[in-house]
Design a protein around this ligand. Structure first.
Ligand SMILES: [Ca+2]
Length: 122
């Protein structure tokens, strides 16, 4: 019985430890880019479907493992286009769009005018 309780405790605590350890990366991200309490202040900046890394998270993970420095890893991947939507990671971060989600892109002039036109057409 004691072993079952120990196993249950470990199974409950390990995922929590992973979540707390990884949220440190989000804190670093927010400190580097001033994104605290903004759109990108979410696990979804680097993850998809829970724990799985999106393309931006994977690029960060690769660089962080090589450099051993979270801040430098974020800086190194700034010019990259992790989600292949033609916008660099830093341009997306500055615009508040997700650098690891190719459906989250910077507004174009035509899309902005389209939204304004739609307001007046209704
Ligand atoms: Ca991009």
């Amino acid at each position: 019985m004691r072993q079952v309780l120990l196993l249950a405790t470990v199974l409950l605590l390990v995922p929590l430890a992973v979540v707390f350890a990884k949220s440190r990366y989000l804190t670093t991200f927010n400190n580097v880019y001033g994104t605290s309490n903004k759109t990108l202040d979410t696990c979804g900046t680097c993850h998809v479907n829970g724990y799985n890394l999106n393309s931006y998270g994977a690029d960060f993970d690769t660089q962080n493992n090589q450099l051993g420095d979270e801040t430098q890893a974020f800086k190194v991947i700034e010019p990259m286009d992790s989600d292949k939507d033609t916008y660099s990671n830093i341009d997306e971060i500055n615009a508040g769009t997700f650098p690891g989600n190719n459906t989250s892109t910077l507004p174009t002039e035509s899309s902005t005018w389209g939204k304004i036109k739609a307001l007046y057409d209704n």
